[in-house]
Write a protein that binds this ligand. Structure first.
Ligand SMILES: NC(=O)N[C@@H](O)C(=O)O
Ligand code: NI
Length: 166
């Protein structure tokens, strides 16, 4: 049964992390009143002592829906954020844990995200690598690295899952 990708909303993504978007609240005046700043719009965490923030750019080729999910990954020790610099739409696929801490693919979720939205995966959240839709896209990626093996566990799926558009 294909999984329908839904529009990204803060509420529906909340179990998996933060949505960085245009709905902002609680800002404070800045720059002599010419700007409003909104602090801590996402929870950035890293549990590895000595890990430093790594701000990267991902230049992604375009994929199309329906999209076959063949693997998931997670970063157990740190959050990972993707904010598009240039994109038309992008696909975010996340999955809750089962009782053993493995991906519970029966509850896999897919979201179609717009150019004005970004996501910040909570540490340890199963997700598919970022997917650009409709055209190539550039993303800012913020993660945490300490020079050791990347904080990344991969799980190939026993059978692929098809994500379709809503
Ligand atoms: N790490 C990496 O290169 N990419 C993935 O973690 C991803 O979520 O896209
Ligand atoms: Ni990742």
């Amino acid at each position: 049964m294909p999984i329908q990708a839904r529009p990204l909303t803060r509420e529906e993504f909340a179990p998996f992390g933060d949505v960085i978007g245009l709905e902002l609240s609680g800002g404070s005046s800045a720059n002599q009143g010419t700007a409003t700043r909104y602090d801590r719009i996402a929870q950035l965490t890293s549990s590895r002592p000595g890990a430093q923030p790594n701000l990267a750019v991902f230049r992604s080729v375009a994929k199309a829906l329906p999209f076959e999910v063949r693997l998931l990954e997670r970063h157990p020790c740190s959050t990972q954020m993707f904010v598009p610099l240039a994109c038309r739409r992008f696909l975010v696929v996340v999955c809750p844990d089962d009782a053993r801490g493995e991906p519970d693919v029966s509850r896999l979720r897919a979201f179609v995200c717009g150019p004005g939205q970004g996501v910040n995966y909570r540490a340890g959240v199963w997700h598919h690598p970022i997917i650009a839709l409709d055209g190539p896209a550039d993303f800012l990626m913020l993660a945490w690295e300490d020079g050791s093996a990347r904080d990344c566990e991969e799980r190939p799926l026993a059978s692929s899952l098809l994500v379709t558009s809503d």
